[in-house]
Ligand binder design. Sequence first.
Ligand code: ADE
Length: 232
Amino acid sequence: MRIDVLTLFPEACEPFFSASILQRAQAAGLVEIACTNIRDFARDVHRSVDDKPFGGGPGMVMACGPVFEAVEHVEAQGGGRATRILLTPQGKRFRQADAEELAGHDRLVLICGHYEGFDERIRQGLAPREISIGDYVLSGGEAAAMVVVDAVVRLLPGALGHEDSAGEDSFSNGLLEYPQYTRPREFRGMSVPEVLLSGDHASVAEWRRQQAIERTRRRRPDLLNDNVEECR
Ligand code: ADE
């Protein structure tokens, strides 16, 4: 898989992509992640990437030219047209199922905006998918792009140390994850539930399933309603 992140602030994203599981996945050849500065495609002497909105109003709007050229530039490096993604609070809310679907694509181009918004012709002409990571407004798409890249890359086969790890995550089965414990057995008067020490795998699995359902019911009943059939 190859992921290009188009941004005005590559220096904000690059350190994140160079650490931990993302770094390991790249070193193992599972994914190539490249950041490209949209400003490199500005044509005027001021290297501007934004302009005042037609019709007036506050703030600045990200202009078409540099964004189109940046997308065309990275797509011309091979692999043809990528799955294009615009990070915006107006997009579809990003969920685990979306990460799973995107993990099946060969080539992703993520476009991070800044300023008050994008010239609408970026949507019209590039026809990107639009993704929001939640109902709040960030000052740019970079943090959202990092979230999406992280959620996708950790799903690539071989990205996590243990092959089953992703399957046990919260959301992967529509439930929040069950409580986990490690040594010591007693810590400041708090003990590990007996069943986890029993060595009885079937009882452990059943306890975890019940805990996951109960925790989801209390914290995120909306998830349980979505998946009520699967949990039975
Ligand atoms: N850009 C600004 N806010 C955002 C959000 N919530 N999700 C994705 N991109 C954004």
